[in-house]
Design a protein around this ligand. Structure first.
Ligand code: CNA
Length: 285
């Protein structure tokens, strides 16, 4: 294990050990967070794969060949209605989803000068809404901030697409008329299955992980690649912590905190003496 000069070992493999490590290690930006849909379920946004509540178990009304079809480019070209209908719910700001305690904790890690990067698979924008600066967030599966015509690659103002999605299929401002205007279907730049991840993912994967001493993996089944390869990137000395409802121990975590991430975060911030996180959460309600 670690040879670096300022390497601080983990004294115990539990939440107390994690808090002690954060408090006693030098104040450097050496913490990387890998976030997934589980970080946002407490905000009311379903994840994909949780049995019963996950999106994949609740897509019957769209009559899809497979649940994944809703994020498949081929299917979108053939039958865009399903994705556009879902996008209406998922578009940040439309339903008024608020950051969870976990998002506020990530933002506090940044304010304390500890967060190197938050790689998120989420497309809900809640890390940034919680105050994590854009340059600290790698939106690995894209975002609704920009949009492109899938036929000719033309950029389309995201606001124009947002208005069209909210207006529905028909009518002067609907997505059919946007399709005619731009010469093809327009899609927000969220990454569909089979599409490339943004360049920022590869850039920060190369630059960041060699500096990572603590990896916090929060609310993800780690089943989507290449994101799921990221826990293998840090050096051997890096401490790896999982906060997730389901156990995915095959990734070799030093600490596995199973259950709701907000509950573990609450205990962690209490042990850290970072009461401001809880106050900020209470004030936002
Ligand atoms: P997933 O495969 O649905 O897995 C979610 C994981 O989180 C599961 O292991 C759950 O057990 C766990 N989980 C759920 N709720 C909690 C909780 N409160 N506390 C702790 N753990 C919890 O989702 P992944 O993120 O792993 O898969 C990647 C997909 C999901 C990405 O492409 C995303 O774009 C996509 N997604 C994003 C959102 C969002 O932006 N909020 C929502 C749904 C899906």
């Amino acid at each position: 294990r670690g040879l670096s000069q300022d390497f601080v070992p983990l004294k115990s493999r539990c939440i107390k050990g994690l808090a002690d490590w954060i408090l006693t290690s030098p104040c450097q930006r050496n913490i990387i967070v890998l976030a997934g849909a589980g970080a946002s379920t407490a905000a009311g946004i379903p994840d994909f794969r949780s049995p019963g509540t996950g999106l994949y178990d609740n897509l019957q009304k769209y009559n899809l060949p497979t649940p994944e079809s809703i994020f498949s480019l081929d299917y979108f070209r053939k039958a865009p209605d399903a994705f556009y209908e879902l996008a209406r719910d998922l578009w940040p700001g439309v339903q008024g989803y608020r950051p969870t305690l976990t998002h506020r904790f990530i933002s506090t890690l940044d304010r304390k000068g500890r967060l190197l990067r938050c790689f998120t698979q989420n497309i809900d924008g809640l890390e940034r809404l919680a105050g994590v600066p854009s340059e600290r967030v790698v939106a690995a599966h894209g975002s609704f901030d920009t949009a492109t015509c899938v036929r000719n690659g033309k950029s389309v103002p995201a606001e124009e697409l947002r208005q069209a999605v909210l207006s529905g299929k028909e009518g002067p401002g609907g997505w059919q008329s946007l399709r005619e205007k731009y010469g093809g279907l327009v899609k927000p730049d969220i990454v569909f299955f089979g599409e490339n991840l943004p360049a920022s993912f590869f850039k920060h994967r190369t630059l960041d992980f060699c500096k990572c001493q603590l990896l916090l993996v929060i609310g993800t089944s780690l089943s989507v690649y290449p994101f799921a390869d990221l826990p293998r990137e840090p050096p051997g000395s890096c401490i790896k912590v999982l906060m997730n409802r389901e156990d995915i121990s095959e990734f070799g975590f030093d600490i596995s905190l199973l259950g709701d991430c907000d509950e573990h975060v609450q205990e962690l911030v209490t042990r850290l003496g970072w009461q401001e996180v809880l106050k900020e959460m209470a004030d936002s309600k």
